[in-house]
Design a protein around this ligand. Sequence first.
Ligand SMILES: Nc1nc2c(c(=O)[nH]1)N[C@H]1C(S)=C(S)[C@@H](COP(=O)(O)O)O[C@H]1N2
Ligand SMILES: [Mo]
Length: 423
Amino acid sequence: MHSSPRQFLQEHVALTRRHFLKAGAAASAGMFVACRFAVADDAAPGAAGRAALEKAVAELEYFTKAEKFGTVERGTPLPYTHPPEKLREVGMVPETWKLEVVADEDGKSKVDNPLSKEKGTALDWEGLLKLGETRAVRFPKIMTCNNGGNPLGMGLWEGVPLRDVLWTAKPGDNIRRLFYYGYHNDDPKQMFRSSLPIGRVLEDPLGLPPVIVAYKLNGEFLSGKRGGPARIVVPEAYGFKSVKWLQRVVLTHAPFANDTYADGANDVDSWMKTFARFVSHPAKVKGGEPIPLTGYAQVGISGLTKVQTWLHPKGAELPADDPHFTQAPWKDAEVLPAPTKWSNLPGETIPPATHGFDEGVPKRWPMTFALAHWAALLTDVAAGEYELRCRTIDANGVAQPMPRPFPKSGRNGIQSVPLTVEG
Ligand SMILES: Nc1nc2c(c(=O)[nH]1)N[C@H]1C(S)=C(S)[C@@H](COP(=O)(O)O)O[C@H]1N2
Ligand SMILES: [Mo]
């Protein structure tokens, strides 16, 4: 097929320039499908940059270890730091944990079989796991704070649909929303509240997993720090809807949100947005060497089709009246295929009956409200000092972040990093 090793190499390099990282069928040693662009001959032009990219791609991790998550928490003391006997007393351990589902005290909503501690009908840990035996669901979801620039962690969450718990309480007439709370040291000032329209809990928008009472993250029971014994997880929402140390759900006729996050000028109806970040980028490269870049994108409500990068000479004038650089000469990066090994899950495999997967393989990629990785190899860059930026194009073909001045409905600013190309 190839007349000489040299010709083979040239063809291989040309092919891989266009299609690097697209080797769908190749077996993988690392977590991603093997990259075809790495050339065996390390004296070939650009080999060092390609080898560096291959290594950086192999090092990308998909799921985040529970203890490596970023944390946004309130409480003095933090509820899970109580001494063991106090933890038992306040329901912060599985053996004493209880979940109440009751009607609002205003008397407008009807709940025929309230789950209440007083009546001894609250859902306990055993009951939760019992429900889980037949109703458990799992799904991947990235946890991001509405007010944070970067995600806190990527998790595979497991629990029971909140609606299955609600049905056991026999909800009746006049319910429009639910308010839910975590344990807060029995101090109203420390209460962290969130809310949802009842319809979101009873039905799932097509393709979305349910709102769950979660008890596992990445195959392990939730630690106190991650919100255990049990927390709410809302697939499409920023972190503030995913209340930790869950103990009480109130079904209400109130038509409004009572979220703690309504304070501080936050939009409490924000869906997660699409944006890109760098993972690895060299600070300095030799002139003539291709520049290896890796990163991730958070796939928000509008999906993801592309990640792009843009090199702008440092100090050169930026376009006026274009704060999101919509007119800049962006270049496409490569959105990486789904991992074949899922870091930080037991056996590095997706467990059976995970939403959006078929026998451990994603039905679609990238997956919404999850993470996708990307890589790029920039070539023919002149010596100089640069600002390097990345952005996304969503599944509607709209550049994200789109120009808008609303960080309080979820931050998704464009990241910029410095880069020096030596002469
Ligand atoms: N009970 C309780 N739940 C909470 C919070 C809190 O302070 N108390 N913080 C919320 C916010 S604002 C975010 S962003 C997420 C963060 O989840 P994590 O700490 O597990 O990453 O938890 C949410 N759940
Ligand atoms: Mo948050």
